[in-house]
Design a protein around this ligand. Structure first.
Ligand code: ZN
Ligand code: ZN
Length: 106
């Protein structure tokens, strides 16, 4: 069972960036806007059941740790509030390195 919304960007799941993971519950890709790993639930809604939530956090953790030594989950949905997704943002020393790279160029 899946509920999707034809005008929702996350339901469209356009492969514009690097994809890290996909399964029946979610997909993980780099966020086009933030350039950090992002996990997206495959259902259009904001209330995943606890088992899905645990699974998605684990998948995000895997992608985030491949990229950053230190990271934190960010579940604030700024751009698409009605579809559950979360970002894995760099934390601590990794955040400093990430911002430096972003502003200084590669
Ligand atoms: Zn983002
Ligand atoms: Zn959606």
């Amino acid at each position: 069972m899946s509920a999707t919304d034809p005008i929702c960007d996350l339901c469209q799941a356009a492969r514009l960036t690097t994809w890290h993971h996909e399964d029946d519950i979610c997909w993980v890709a780099d966020c086009e806007v933030c350039d950090v790993p992002m996990v997206v639930w495959k259902h259009h809604g904001t209330d995943p059941p606890p088992t899905d939530l645990a699974h998605m956090k684990a998948m995000l953790e895997r992608a985030a740790l491949a990229r950053f030594d230190d990271w934190a989950i960010d579940q604030v949905r700024r751009q698409i509030p009605d579809h559950w997704h979360a970002h894995g943002r760099p934390a601590g020393k990794s955040a400093l390195q990430w911002w430096t790279r972003r502003f200084m160029g590669k």
